[in-house]
Design a protein around this ligand. Structure first.
Ligand code: ATP
Length: 534
């Protein structure tokens, strides 16, 4: 049908051309042209094409209009926030998300035993059950509602370079006002803060040289650290005073930084003290491992300047890296490790960096000095350095401004041995111990007459600082105190570390009387072992 029509159009065109050529008559040509147009328009296929063209054009226009409308809506009503795994806010938000009820119903989730290091598990009977938390699974987009706003959550890993990948979290929020993001972040931070109240967070440098959350430890009560009278108080008061004196430092143009050098015998409580101070001051600990593989002056500098404003920077066994006689520009690994360092005793307070190795560090002493008080050094940080070999340290490292306060930790005194014994066998030891702090070295006989603080609700705040454990023996308080005195008499003054005394008492956890009876033979055995080692 249309073929026929087309043929007739061609015939008409041909005859019109022929006619024009032969007669050259204008009115007739116009007529033929009209005929041609009307014939073409009468073709149904062409009409369909025209319709298609118009409708298609309209659809494309709509598509483009809606796409720019969508972009406008996204710009005006959709907020996208992304969080870097190395940033604190990542921890807050992930913790907050893991607590969201949406995971009770979600079908694709990541089940994790990671607890963000938040819950102190001291009292957990069923530890395995409490460890499980639910997180948004990787490379999936999840959705949830928050205060009437629709939120999408996506976690993904991106390649940083050939070797390392980094985790990111992004939130998309359907909201006109950005205040909702602010509210969410505040809520997440508060939830996280409440959860970390019982713990301190430990950070270390990752392989790419960024600070990364490593683990957390329950706060250690200060009363559990038994030292010569005055040391704890001096340190805590000084650190507290420093943290509250920002303006004083600024007004006088003094860099707002403070350094503490804790030195002395291995196993005398240096690391434990730092852990405890961090808990008391509510600061996180950033471990600087000078001997970490790949560490050099510039990465150390960068690491130190990337610390947060208020934190504790911890450099353990600083003598192992820098000793007297080292030229200021020699790499630290040119020096052999000192003998005493092999005898380190394991401590729950010690946090070894997995990347630690003596082979790969290129940090020089001048690099360390610059990093500690150079332009980039972070304001408000407290540096704790520990060493077993005080005399070996370069004076430049120890000078005020870098290490402002030097505190010696000695081998155990009799007083410490007695307190440690009480710490093991008295259920309310901390209360006793805090009284000691006020009374100096004296252990008043009246102490044995005190009512245990745990029984008195008025003393709850104090007892929360004490070491609480159920009695594991049937001795009365007075008997324990007498045994503690006898135990102290058998321990020679300044001959054994607190760590070794702790190790000894651990063997008699449930046998306080036996611990006293066997103490002198243990002392003899230890002395013999020491002689042999020498
Ligand atoms: N003064 C102390 N009071 C209570 N416990 C102590 C004390 N000193 C050591 N300990 C115990 O001994 C162990 C080791 O202590 P810590 O690691 O703090 O010693 P350190 O001085 O840092 O040792 P190192 O010099 O080897 O690093 C810990 O388990 C700790 O509980």
């Amino acid at each position: 049908m249309s073929l026929q029509a087309l043929t007739s159009v061609f015939n008409a065109t041909a005859s019109a051309t022929a006619h024009t050529a032969s007669n050259n008559s204008l009115p007739s040509a116009t007529n033929d042209f009209h005929t041609l147009i009307s014939t073409v328009l009468s073709l149904s296929a062409l009409r369909d094409w025209l319709k298609l063209f118009v409708v298609g054009g309209l659809l494309e226009w709509c598509r483009r209009y809606f796409s720019s409308f969508r972009d406008w809506v996204m710009g005006a009503f959709w907020i996208t926030a992304s969080f870097d795994a190395n940033d604190d806010s990542y921890q807050w938000v992930l913790y907050w998300i893991s607590r969201h009820p949406v995971w009770d119903r979600a079908r694709t989730i990541e089940v994790s035993t990671r607890d963000f290091g938040l819950e102190s598990r001291e009292d957990d009977d069923n530890e395995t059950a409490s460890k499980i938390s639910y997180l948004p699974s990787m490379n999936n987009t999840h959705s949830l509602w928050y205060r009437g706003h629709y939120i999408t959550v996506a976690r993904e890993e991106k390649n940083e370079n050939v070797w390392t990948t980094k985790e990111y979290l992004s939130l998309g929020i359907l909201a006109r006002n950005r205040g909702v993001l602010q509210e969410l972040l505040e809520e997440a931070r508060e939830a996280y803060k409440a959860a970390v109240e019982k713990v301190i967070s430990i950070y270390a440098a990752d392989t790419s040289g960024d600070w990364t959350f490593m683990t957390s430890r329950p706060k250690r009560p200060l009363s559990s650290i038994i030292l010569d009278p005055g040391i704890k108080e001096t340190l805590l008061n000084d650190a507290r005073d420093f943290l509250s004196s920002r303006k004083w430092y600024t007004d006088r143009g003094i860099p707002f930084r403070r350094g503490y050098l804790l030195y002395g015998a291995p196993g005398s409580g240096k690391t434990s003290m730092i852990q405890s101070i961090a808990g008391e001051l509510g600061l996180n600990v950033y471990i600087v491992t000078l001997s970490r593989v790949g560490m050099d002056d510039s990465s150390l500098n960068e690491l130190i300047s990337n610390m947060p404003r208020r934190c504790i920077a911890l450099m353990e066994d600083i003598d192992a890296a820098f000793t007297t006689g080292i030229t200021r520009d020699l790499p630290s690994d040119a020096q052999p490790r000192r003998d005493g360092d092999d005898s380190k005793e394991d401590s729950p307070g010690r946090h070894e960096d997995p990347a630690r190795s003596d082979a790969g560090s290129r940090v020089t002493l001048s690099g360390l000095l610059n990093a500690l008080d150079g332009i980039g050094a972070q304001e408000g940080r407290i540096l704790f350095a520990t060493t077993n070999n005080y005399k070996a340290l370069d004076p430049a490292l120890c000078r005020p401004g870098r290490m402002d306060l030097h505190l010696e930790f000695r081998l155990s005194s009799r007083h410490q041995a007695e307190s440690l014994y009480k710490c093991f066998y008295l259920p309310d030891f901390g209360a006793d111990e805090s009284d000691d702090a006020g009374e100096g070295d004296e252990e008043g006989a009246g102490a044995s007459e005190k009512t245990p603080l745990l029984a008195d609700p008025k003393h709850n705040t104090v007892s929360s600082q004490t070491i609480q454990h159920a009695p594991i023996h049937d001795l009365s308080r007075r008997e324990v105190l007498e045994l503690a005195m006898r135990f102290a008499e058998m321990i020679p003054e300044r001959e054994f570390s607190m760590a070794s005394l702790q190790g000894y008492l651990m063997m008699y956890k449930n046998r306080p009387r036996q611990a006293v009876e066997d103490a002198s033979s243990w002392v003899e055995k230890e002395r013999a072992a020491k002689r042999e080692r020498r």
